[in-house]
Design a protein around this ligand. Structure first.
Ligand code: C5P
Length: 235
């Protein structure tokens, strides 16, 4: 299903794909994660509002959970999110949801940002950081943070080895891509793609890393939701 939003539908150079179609079972609520309550409104509202008001973003496509396309459109109307071009139905895996949203991106798009609705606190500073390397010959850019914990490879409850974390980082979103590079990457096998950057890497593209933001934590558990609420209240 594909639903036009009330947005202007005008295209631009930079598109944002906001993927919100995950079930979020670990939240243990009666609705998909994107519609969990965050400060009294759906989780999806926060990132949608922020992307819509960002001067770096020209157009937005939302990938909504199956059966939640209309509530997603109503939300864009409530937020007066006029950059939203459409709300599409997400797929079984995250990469399928990104692909479904990408189908609505016009051919003349230059840059595509892919963002998890589960990371509500996206801001212009990180968007600016991920866009910059695209002008320097990179196909994709990920924001990332060092991994604070000791990392171990395990097998059935037994530690096999301790992995050096010196050259390891945790990747976040928004991730930025040259639109043609992402288009080529989506022509390939999507299985095991936990993020879009990995598709570009597999296709031989160059992916840069920039500084992420601790506030971009991904909501997975009720405790994460409470933490994001507290961060919102203190900002
Ligand atoms: O499941 P997880 O929290 O890792 O998902 C990251 C983001 O990808 C979330 O915003 C979620 O809504 C989205 N997603 C999706 N379609 C899926 C699975 C996840 O849009 N099938």
């Amino acid at each position: 299903m594909r639903s036009e939003s009330g947005g202007s539908g005008e295209a631009g150079a930079t598109w944002a794909l906001l993927v919100a179609a995950g079930a979020g079972e670990r939240l243990e609520i009666d609705r998909p994660k994107a519609f969990a309550s965050l400060g009294g409104r759906p989780l999806l509202a926060e990132s949608l509002y922020r992307l819509d008001r960002s001067p770096w973003v020209d157009a937005i496509v939302v990938a909504a959970p199956v059966g939640w396309e209309e509530p997603a459109i109503l939300l864009t109307e409530e937020l007066a999110a006029t950059k939203v071009v459409s709300c599409v139905t997400g797929g079984a895996a995250r990469a399928d949801s990104v692909r479904a949203a990408f189908e609505d991106v016009l051919d003349d798009a230059l840059v595509v940002l892919v963002h998890d609705a589960a990371r509500p606190l996206v801001d212009d500073a990180v968007i600016e950081r991920v866009l910059a390397p695209l002008a320097e010959g990179y196909d994709g850019v990920v924001p990332a943070l060092p991994i604070p914990d000791t990392v171990k490879r395990v097998d059935r409850g037994v530690v096999l080895e301790t992995v050096s974390r010196e050259d390891l980082v945790g990747a976040q979103t928004p991730q930025a891509f040259l639109a043609p590079a992402l288009r080529r990457a989506f022509g390939r096998d999507l299985s095991e793609a936990t993020d879009c950057a990995s598709l570009i890497e597999r296709a031989g593209g160059r992916v840069a890393v920039v500084e992420g933001d601790p506030r971009l934590l991904k909501v997975t558990t009720p405790a994460d939701l409470a933490l994001v609420e507290a961060l919102l209240a203190s900002s």
